[in-house]
Design a protein around this ligand. Structure first.
Ligand code: RIB
Ligand code: CA
Length: 313
């Protein structure tokens, strides 16, 4: 059983990740969902996370609001991909859960400090501001974290936010560097692997065929996601299941293959700002600090996603 904190910015693919994790409750215990400004602003991501838990019939899951912008004060958003509401205009049930008033950073710190050593898995699927601030506020939580499995970065391909940088890292490169430089075991689900997971027509039809309320909502979100991405990229790109790769790794790590590399984030201004620079040929002689996933069994991933949604009911 993985005890996780899912730190996210829902976000259409974050929504799939949340549903996938909730559908796999026999393997994943979500201790809490911490939200961070990213795809859309803080209020929207927070409300979306609460409403997604309601959609799944899991209003028992605590949801927290976190940092409203990057460490350096940037507000980088992706409403052109996720819609102005962050969920592609899809109507979700409104949560009736009492608001959880603790800050995301404090929830991360308190949960870790009250846990056994190496017992908590942190799953960032948005900018890593909350986790970075928690590590600064309470460095002793490092001992409590089993693994950080994050969606972000791109090691050996083009960025999707700038030619050099992927969105989550570009949105807060300083936070990403603070996280990556720790000694905590880290797995990077970058565009290198998430770009192998297109939600094709056949796969969208499989989602629609499940027929449950959560699956219908996810299918509607994926239709919106495809429409938005296609119109932004003039039909060049399909919508990718970036964030759910994090959850799939927790459930079936053998779907993935990758290697350990030394990674550094470019925090300087300029064309490479936010780039996750991986030392592919080990020329720096610096010790590897991240396992970068490079291949996925994408059909196996989708079968796991369908199963998780069916099990969610
Ligand atoms: O680059 C993809 C990432 O940016 C995903 O996490 C998506 O939700 C956006 O946050
Ligand atoms: Ca995200």
């Amino acid at each position: 059983m993985r005890q996780i904190i899912l730190d996210c910015d829902p976000g259409l693919d974050d929504a799939v990740a949340i549903m996938m994790a909730l559908g796999a409750s026999e393997k994943i215990e979500i201790l809490g969902i911490t939200t961070v400004a990213g795809n859309v602003g803080l209020d929207a991501v927070y409300q979306n996370a609460r409403n997604l838990c309601s959609l799944a019939g899991r209003e028992d899951i605590p949801v927290f609001q976190g940092c409203p912008h990057s460490i350096m004060g940037k507000h980088v958003r992706a409403a052109e991909v996720h819609g102005s509401d962050g969920v592609g205009g899809v109507i979700l049930p409104s949560s009736t859960r009492e608001h959880d008033v603790m800050h995301s950073v404090d929830f991360i710190v308190d949960t870790c400090m009250n846990a056994e050593d190496k017992s908590i898995t942190i799953c960032p699927t948005g900018p890593m501001t909350n986790l970075a601030v928690a590590l600064i506020k309470a460095p002793e939580i490092e001992e409590k974290i089993r693994e950080i499995v994050f969606m972000g970065g791109v090691a050996f391909g083009p960025g999707n936010c700038t030619p050099a940088a992927e969105f989550n890292i570009f949105a807060d490169p300083h936070a990403a560097q603070i996280v990556i430089q720790t000694d905590i075991p880290k797995v990077m689900m970058g565009l290198d692997v998430t770009h192998q997971t297109p939600c094709t027509d056949d796969r969208l039809n499989e989602l629609k065929a499940i027929g449950t309320e959560p699956a219908n909502a996810i299918a509607a979100m994926m239709e919106a996601y495809r429409r938005l991405v296609m119109s932004r990229d003039h039909g060049q790109n399909d919508c990718m299941m970036h964030d759910p790769c994090v959850i799939a790794y927790l459930l079936e790590p053998d779907l993935f293959s990758g290697r350990h590399y030394y990674v550094e984030v470019d925090t300087h201004d300029g064309v490479s700002h936010g780039r996750t620079l991986a030392d592919g040929l080990s020329v720096s002689k610096k010790a590897p600090n991240v396992k970068i996933m490079e291949k996925i069994d994408d059909e196996g991933f989708y079968q796991l996603l369908y199963k998780s949604l069916r099990d969610l009911g």
